[in-house]
Design a binder for this molecule. Structure first.
Ligand code: N01
Length: 535
């Protein structure tokens, strides 16, 4: 690429958000360049290739809605799509809309510095080149920077060390191997049953037990597909009115309180949800997610299912989560608890016996060495801010994003941040992002941001950035919304609690429909809360 190419917009990332941003900006007639560190499109679905990787949102919903032709022609195979299927879908989208020609792959953005005089961003890239653009659009993903705990002695371990979020593309042969997996969040819960099928021995190192319900995944029913496709637009509209922009047909809470139901009624209702599978169990009654006592009732039901499934009482007890149900993201699984009944699978409590160090032949927890050929870390991500702060981003007056966000991310609408004009974040902290159906949340952000760019360009404006009071008010609002829920009652990655030293701030905003309405109102008011600099 030529040095210092000057563009209208740069998009970083080729996941759901970045791909649609490139498409939409190009349609708007802007010159656009995308950069992506992977060798292909897909974002998290490009990197997370571990055995069992699958989406926990139903495939008819977890997809783009912007093109009727696309949503009609694509045929999802299963209720919950697997990683290879979602990656194939995103490759299809890239081909169908000819998006690859706007990307440079295997290219990392090292730095992005704003020049206030020019009203432009200069980026330096891993290939040594530079690019200049008016707008910088960051679609770097909320769960893209892997967290690998530092465990002493890793360099002397003779086996293989892997992270689920950076799974080797050529695959890993685990047949006949002694495998250890650290972490029992969504990734661990999905990987454990699949790895147990191959490995000679599987040791699961658990720090915190998680709530997981059966997915009951199955091939999609053609009648259901037909029903949705007959009026896909209406299906999307109804889902957009849901707090998480999904699940209008299943996740709408019963208006009844759990306390209005008899113990027998409750049990029947919970069992029906358990049999149906997916996350609907949280919607069995209206107050399960808001009232601690109500939450304990559904949590007790799940603990009873675990005790009924896992034969060894000690293992069952260890697998029973103690925290509020739904405080950390709930998982859905296929045969997770049943896996612990297999003779070659064992569970190790690393809260009681913390991981100490690697030896040449295994991993030591407490006083015991567990011999391993492969150690897998399913230990999550530096969520929401990790990939943004990995780049050297400097705004007006050379202030770094890292300094501006030292006490936690501060944004207005999750889109822009004071001091960083013309920089827009897709699914950023302070927006519904990970608490919503991400492809839909990404589309909403891209549509809104491209609308704002059209507004600025029509007025020949040079720059836009949030006002101090608007940003302060927004941060307060995001915190207030979270404070009224049970989300803040435990340590989770939503709060940054999984990253040593990270400021403890609830990062996503709960409530997609209210958020979308607020964004629309801000646009209708001529982008109120933003300062616009004329050319
Ligand atoms: O990561 P996590 P994940 N020693 O952070 C443990 C999405 N996702 O990759 O809870 C020992 O949830 C940690 O323990 P604790 C989804 O949004 C979706 O599983 O911190 N253990 C926890 O058990 C999800 O929420 C899908 O005590 C350590 C685990 O590692 C998000 O990605 C699939 C440890 C990390 O769990 C992240 O999920 C996969 C240490 N030093 C991911 N450090 C689907 O759509 C961490 N842990 C289904």
């Amino acid at each position: 690429m030529a040095e210092n190419i000057r563009l209208d917009a740069i998009v970083v990332g080729a996941g759901f958000a970045g791909l649609y941003a490139v498409h939409k900006l190009r349609e708007q007639g802007l010159s656009v360049q995308g950069y992506e560190r992977g060798a292909g499109v897909g974002g998290v679905w490009y990197w997370n290739r571990y055995p069992g990787a699958r989406c926990d949102i139903e495939s008819m919903e977890y997809s783009y809605s912007f093109s009727e032709a696309l949503q009609q022609e694509w045929e999802w195979k299963e209720k919950f799509a697997s990683q290879p299927e979602i990656l194939a879908y995103l490759n299809h989208v890239a081909d169908r809309f000819d998006l690859r020609r706007s990307y440079l792959f295997e290219t990392e953005v090292r730095s992005a510095h704003y020049d206030a005089e020019e009203g432009a961003w200069t980026l330096t890239l891993s290939d040594g080149s530079a690019a200049v653009s008016r707008y910088l659009i960051l679609g770097v993903g909320c769960l893209s920077t892997a967290m690998k705990p530092r465990i002493e002695g890793a360099e002397r371990f003779a086996g293989q060390i892997l992270h689920t979020g950076h799974w080797p593309h050529e695959g890993v042969d685990l047949a006949g191997k002694r495998v250890g997996i650290v972490g029992t969040g969504s990734s661990g819960v999905q990987a454990v049953p699949m790895i147990a099928r191959q490995a000679a021995e599987l040791t699961v190192f658990q720090r915190t037990a998680t709530y997981t319900v059966p997915a009951r995944n199955a091939p999609l029913d053609p009648a259901e597909v037909h029903r949705v496709k007959t009026d896909y637009a209406d299906f999307r509209r109804r889902n957009r009115k849901m707090v998480g922009a999904r699940g209008a047909d299943r996740l709408n809470p019963d208006p009844k309180s759990v306390f209005e139901a008899s113990p027998e009624e409750r049990l029947d209702a919970f069992l029906a949800r358990w049999a149906e599978g997916g996350m609907g169990i949280q919607a069995t009654y209206s107050d399960l997610r808001s009232d601690l006592e109500a939450n304990t009732i559904v949590a007790d039901f799940v603990r009873d299912q675990i005790r009924a499934t896992v034969q060894d009482p000690q293992t069952a007890e260890l697998l029973c989560p103690k925290q509020v149900l739904g405080c950390k993201r709930m998982c859905i699984d296929t045969g997770y608890y049943e896996t612990f009944n297999l003779p070659h699978v064992r569970l190790v409590d690393v809260k009681a016996n913390p991981l100490a160090h690697f030896t040449e032949t295994g991993l030591v927890a407490g006083e015991i060495e567990y011999p391993l050929d492969v150690a897998i870390f399913a230990t999550g991500f530096d969520a929401m801010t990790g990939s943004l702060l990995a780049m050297d981003i400097r705004g007006r007056d050379g202030v770094t994003l890292r300094d501006a966000w030292a006490a936690g991310p501060r944004t207005y609408l999750g889109v822009g941040t004071l001091g960083f004009p013309n920089m827009f974040i897709l699914a950023g902290p302070g927006s519904p992002s990970v608490l919503a159906n991400v492809p839909i949340a990404a589309e909403q952000h891209v549509d809104w941001i491209t609308g704002m760019i059209a507004y600025l360009d029509a007025r020949g404006a040079k720059a836009i950035e949030p006002q101090q009071c608007a940003q302060d008010g927004w941060v307060e609002h995001v915190n207030a919304v979270a404070a009224g829920t049970l989300y803040t009652s435990c340590d989770s990655w939503y709060l940054g609690a999984n990253v040593p030293g990270k400021s403890r701030v609830f990062m996503p905003l709960l409530g997609f429909p209210a958020y979308e309405a607020r964004c629309d109102a801000v646009a209708a008011e001529g982008y109120s809360g933003f300062d616009i600099t004329p050319a």
